[in-house]
Design a protein around this ligand. Structure first.
Ligand code: AVJ
Length: 336
């Protein structure tokens, strides 16, 4: 197995426990800018520090949180059909954006190896730790697989691929991460990806589908409070990394699903008037009683919305793979 870690990365280095975290100026700037506006906002990409990634693992196990296990079952049941659409006998680069622990992808990787597909796997993740762990797991579990990991953001990766890995590409963007953008951010993202692809290249995208709004709402407000802890961890992260003095008990997790807009919005709501000091930044921020910080969007799609999104970004919907309840869909788009 190849180990090729691109040194040209802007990922924050992980630190030994007990040492002061590396100061992440991008995080500091985003916090300052997000709290200067009205409403106050903080990007959901900051959920995933060490503690947040562990909490997200717990979310995926929750009875209320259906997306992960539903997508897993779609891939498991339909893996043979799915990989056939990849034209596996013709060499391709299988590029995964946001590979994480690769648990779902292993279903497809095993199936591809079994079918003697001609491909190499290029997992891309912002977390260097996640890429290293995935590469070492794959080298022992699937020794025949050729893996070339890339640490960095998606567009750095696509840029690098365009220059260094010519040839056919199949891109994976699973887990309904497409739903996390601002309004129209999903369209802009797919349009941007399209620029790096060529006719006949494909992308398999995981979408969470519109369904009973109560089912959706519960998935983001579980009874055991894991999602609340995940959201509140943002405050703890600012305390750890930016020297802030947030008291997490003075904020509450609030989330709701709007079935017209098709989006779950999550907030951290200040329970009282309070001022927080960021000692590393020489900066203070005041919150009014019941003032919200918007922390996440989670868009839910109809099949028509998905097809239109594909069309507007230069793709044709080749096939839609879904479960019996129509809770989730993995959609294969082909460049037109
Ligand atoms: C990782 C973006 C798919 O939006 O469902 C889970 C993140 N947030 N619970 C989602 C999340 C709260 C999740 N994604």
């Amino acid at each position: 197995m190849d180990l090729l870690l691109n040194p040209n990365t802007n990922a924050t280095p992980e630190t030994e426990s007990g040492t002061k975290p590396a100061f992440n100026t991008e995080f500091a700037d985003d916090v300052k800018a997000g709290f200067a506006g009205s409403p106050k906002t903080l990007s959901s990409k900051y959920f995933y520090d060490g503690a947040g990634s562990k909490l997200f693992q717990q979310i995926m196990e929750l009875p209320e949180y259906y997306p992960t296990r539903t997508e897993f079952s779609i891939l498991k049941k339909q893996k043979a059909e799915i990989i056939n659409f990849f034209n596996p006998s013709d060499f391709f680069h299988l590029v995964e954006l946001g590979s994480g622990d690769g648990l779902k992808t292993k279903i497809l990787l095993r199936q591809l190896l079994q079918a003697k597909a001609r491909f190499e796997y290029i997992p891309v993740d912002i977390s260097g730790d996640a890429i290293n762990q995935l590469q070492s797991a794959l080298s022992s579990e699937l020794p025949d697989l050729k893996t070339v990991g890339f640490t960095g953001d998606y567009f750095k990766a696509l840029h690098w691929l365009k220059r260094n890995k010519p040839g056919r590409k199949v891109v994976l963007f699973l887990g309904s991460n497409i739903g996390n953008f601002e309004d129209n951010g999903d369209l802009k993202f797919l349009q941007e990806i399209r620029k790096y692809l060529s006719p006949q290249d494909k992308i398999l995208v995981g979408f969470d589908l519109q369904k009973d709004p109560r089912v959706i709402r519960q998935a983001y407000d579980d009874a055991s409070g894991v999602t609340a802890a995940f959201n509140l961890n943002l405050l703890k992260r600012m305390n750890r990394e930016l020297g802030a003095n947030f008291e997490p008990e003075q904020f509450e997790h609030f989330t709701d699903y709007d079935p017209i807009a098709g989006v779950v919005k999550s907030y951290l709501v200040s329970k009282r008037n309070q001022t927080v000091t960021f000692s590393y930044l020489n900066h203070t921020v005041s919150f009014k009683a019941w003032e919200p910080i918007h922390t996440e969007n989670s868009h839910k799609y109809s099949v028509d919305m998905i097809k239109e999104l594909g069309r507007k970004s230069g793709f044709e919907t080749e096939q839609l793979f879904t479960d019996e309840q129509h809770y989730f869909a993995d959609v294969l788009f082909r460049v037109v």
